[in-house]
Design a protein around this ligand. Structure first.
Ligand code: KG4
Length: 286
């Protein structure tokens, strides 16, 4: 991705997308209670385009500005799909830039229990895809190819101290690269299936630890990688252990505006308004 081109594309699209959204939702400006842009984490240029546009609208239409953390948006995608879902729950946030286990204490209150110490899981999926010759974004293609393979190749798992819920995905990514270099005619579908199975096991081991640590028996998935068919299937098996599992609709897993609006709604109810001084924060934490 070229940040400058992404920003320019945002500028070209933002007005048109806003008008189209209002039209499709059959609402007028008088029906809008708040403007809820995301202000981080992300690329500073694209964040600034959205944020500046939102500030201008907030000022011109005299509607409150309510900033949203992008990760909070992913978590809130679950409230759109599962109207009955209420905090507290454990959220497994898996995207191209983040991998975190988050305790959702309330709609606007969070505690990060564990996170990746190096690559995000989506980054690892995209890298594995590139190694086996699939184009970006590679995650969905690895998912499809893995369905034709068997998880019969042993890959490493990184283990940290017993009490941490942190992850590492760089070791397995490097292992896949090395295996592919040493055995170029390896069965690519088997390699993808093995990678997918191993990272899923790693995720689930830490999620089970989070359940034990907090006593919370509700787990929600979020982020682009939560559209992975194998991960979705494996997490559902937790229901046999009386853990309730929530997964966003596929169209709400990857980045989208509806999830940001959903999080913005809860920030608005919690009266978390911002002034027009709100700035983009590329490395905003939860
Ligand atoms: O959350 P997202 O749309 O964007 C951000 O990173 O913020 O996530 C994108 C990531 C990419 O790495 C993409 O390859 C991955 O999600 N992804 C998948 C699947 N669909 C998207 N990874 C594995 N399996 C999928 N089906």
């Amino acid at each position: 991705m070229v940040p400058e081109i992404a920003s320019r594309n945002h500028i070209e699209a933002i007005s048109r997308v806003t008008k189209k959204s209002l039209k499709e939702a059959k609402v007028d400006w008088k029906d809008i209670d708040a403007i809820t842009p995301t202000y981080g984490p992300g690329l500073v240029g694209t964040l600034l385009v959205g944020l500046s546009y939102a500030k201008a609208l907030s000022y011109a239409k005299k509607i409150p500005l309510v900033g949203v953390n992008h990760i909070q948006g992913h978590i809130a995608s679950n409230y759109i799909t599962h109207k009955e879902l209420e905090p507290p729950f454990i959220c497994v946030m898996m995207s191209g830039g983040n991998t975190q286990i988050i305790k959702v204490e309330d709609y606007t209150q969070f505690e990060v229990l564990g996170k990746t110490r190096d690559d995000a899981i989506g980054e690892a999926f995209d890298k594995v895809a590139r190694v086996v010759g699939l184009t970006y974004p590679g995650g969905p293609k690895v998912d499809r190819l893995a369905q034709e393979g068997k998880p019969n190749i042993e890959l490493p798992k990184t283990h940290f101290e017993e009490d941490t819920l942190d992850f590492s995905f760089s070791g397995i990514k490097t292992a896949v690269i090395n295996i592919h270099h040493k055995t170029p005619n390896i069965n690519k579908a088997d390699l993808c299936a093995s990678f997918q199975k191993t990272v899923t096991e790693t995720l689930m081991e830490n999620v089970e630890k989070a359940i034990q640590k907090t006593g919370i028996k509700k787990v929600a998935l979020a982020g682009g990688v939560s559209s992975n068919s194998y991960i979705r299937k494996e997490f559902l098996l937790l229901e046999k252990k009386q853990i309730k599992v929530y997964q966003p609709d596929l169209k709400l897993c990857t980045d989208n505006g509806a999830m940001i609006a959903s999080a913005g709604y809860y920030n608005y109810l919690a009266k978390k308004m911002n002034s027009l001084n709100l700035n983009a924060i590329p490395n905003l934490k939860m």
